[in-house]
Design a protein around this ligand. Structure first.
Ligand code: NAD
Length: 477
């Protein structure tokens, strides 16, 4: 495939491929055709990556924040300079429309820039002592080599959040990016290599996820683990980290409630909501996923939402004008089929969509479901796909109870023109991030993370840097 990239591991400053390693095919979700073979890291490769991260750590930690920042900013600029080629690679392997791929790569470069700058502000403080003549200082130190694991829905942004935080803090990193979208991660590693990042500071590996994560997390050389993915795997990795109390950041699943009160411009909110829902084919952890609409405006909201869903242009992400590509893998198509079947079995109504599109690739239609109770599977399990359940509600207290009734707490949204409701709903939603009259809740400067079973720790903002720093008190008598 001419426009794809040469897949490789990146260990101790060298790209490695083939050489007798096991491999697996990477597929184009728009055609289900193989794009390339991805080499798997052997146990020896993983040990070499761990050793490289370990050996590179002291020098990188001692490199001045200004110098680290300069390397990172060069890498961010290279990501931007190469955006057209990288966007095609991302769309080929993940499926999203190429305009979304471009947007994601720009956001990823901005995240690297943000961390590059924020790393220059890892201030400490001097604390007045209770004892005369004693000087007490608090400083921050990089936690050590990091193992990071990223999924397939944001092939550039999620790796860059982890690489950016780690490198800015002075940590080295071994990243296992998703085997389903490896080409983008390889291009990111290439940008850092070409920017002059010292060997061993960033290492990129692929393989069987469970084998690689068990191997890396078991190593005493790793001091921090950052994972983005499902709640089930996040719990599993947290347990592995408990053995030697490695620090963790867990960005896990969500099931974002969207509460639409009856005082809004219903058509406008329905349009924004539908476009937000089907972005990246709904494969977004902060996707709006459970729609609660106040009774007086319910019918009108539903009608407009359906209209927008029907108008969404589906196709290969490389084709001009396409708004929604295929799902990233066949597992998501099967999951959508199961969710819709469960809804139908419970008496729900498929208002639009509800089936695959075509018989080539992994396309599924933008789907709207109504008439469901809150115990339908789609109301309790994260859909991670283009299926939107819409339900009516009567009053504030009722909808808050329903919105907060899951063990998740990642993102929640509300739409209202009442200042009182803005304040009340913002306080009432049990969620790491709340969007009121907007779905825009993610930018490099702000913390991104969940509560409850959506995980712990934040990426982005000053919090994202703190995640890679230990606090040290020095008391001098
Ligand atoms: P999954 O739960 O098996 O995998 C999720 C991610 O974790 C994948 O990238 C996978 O490679 C990785 N993974 C799996 N087992 C691992 C292990 N033992 N060690 C390290 N990494 C491991 O299933 P899936 O089919 O890829 O996705 C299903 C669900 O995962 C989705 O429905 C969604 O809820 C969740 N998910 C969440 C995000 C997110 O951004 N939070 C991203 C992708 C998937």
């Amino acid at each position: 495939m001419a426009d794809y990239t040469a897949l490789a591991l990146f260990i101790d400053g060298r790209f490695r491929s083939g050489e007798g390693r096991a491999s697996e095919p990477v597929f184009n979700p728009a055609t289900a055709a193989s794009l390339a073979d991805l080499p798997h890291a052997s146990a020896a490769d993983l040990d070499e990556a761990l050793a490289a991260a370990h050996h590179a750590f002291p020098a990188w930690a001692m490199t001045t924040a200004l110098e680290r920042s300069a390397v990172m900013r060069r890498a961010a600029q290279l990501i931007r300079d190469r955006i057209e080629a990288s966007a095609v690679i991302m769309t080929l392997e993940q499926g999203k429309p190429v305009a979304e791929s471009r947007g994601e790569l720009n956001h990823a470069a901005d995240v690297i820039d943000w961390y590059a700058e924020e790393g220059r502000r890892t201030y400490g403080r001097v604390v007045p002592s209770r004892v005369p003549g004693v000087r007490m200082t608090v400083t921050q130190e990089p936690v050590g080599p990091v193992a990071a694991f990223t999924p397939w829905n944001f092939p550039a942004l999620t790796p860059c959040r982890k690489i950016g935080g780690a490198l800015a803090a002075g940590c080295t990193i071994v990243l296992k990016a998703s085997e389903e979208v490896p080409g983008t991660a390889v291009e990111i590693a290439r940008a850092f290599a070409d920017a002059g990042l010292p060997a061993g500071v960033l290492n990129l590996v692929f393989g069987d996820p469970a084998t690689v994560s068990t191997h890396l997390i078991a190593s005493p050389l790793i001091r921090k683990v950052s994972f983005t993915g499902s709640t089930a795997i996040g719990k599993h990795l947290t347990r592995l980290c408990a053995d030697d109390l490695k620090r963790t950041t867990m960005e896990l699943g969500g099931h974002g409630p969207v509460i639409v009160f009856d005082d809004v411009d219903v058509d406008a909110v329905a349009e924004t909501a539908a476009l937000g829902k089907y972005r990246n084919a709904g494969q977004v952890c902060v996707s709006p996923t459970r729609f609660f609409v106040q009774e007086a405006v319910y019918d009108r909201f539903l009608a407009r939402f359906i209209e927008v869903a029907r108008g969404i242009k589906i196709g290969s992400g490389l084709d001009i004008g396409v708004q929604m590509g295929p799902l990233a893998n066949p597992r998501r198509v099967e999951a959508m089929e199961a969710l819709v079947q469960d809804a139908v079995d419970r008496g729900g109504v498929v208002e639009t969509g509800g089936q695959r599109r075509g018989n080539v690739g992994w396309f599924y239609e933008p789907t709207v479901l109504s008439g469901l109770n809150d115990d339908a599977t789609i109301m309790t399990e994260e859909p991670f796909g283009p299926v939107a359940p819409i339900a009516p509600f009567a009053d504030f207290d009722e909808v808050v109870t329903r919105a907060n009734n899951l063990p998740y707490g990642l993102a929640g949204y509300a739409f209202t023109t009442s200042a009182r409701r803005v304040a009340d709903i913002g306080a009432a939603l049990k969620s790491g991030m709340v969007g009121i009259n907007t779905f825009a809740i993610s930018q490099p400067e702000t913390p991104f993370g969940g509560v409850l079973e959506s995980g712990h720790g934040s990426e982005g903002g000053t919090e994202g840097l703190q995640a890679y720093l230990d606090t040290k008190l020095t008391s001098v008598g």
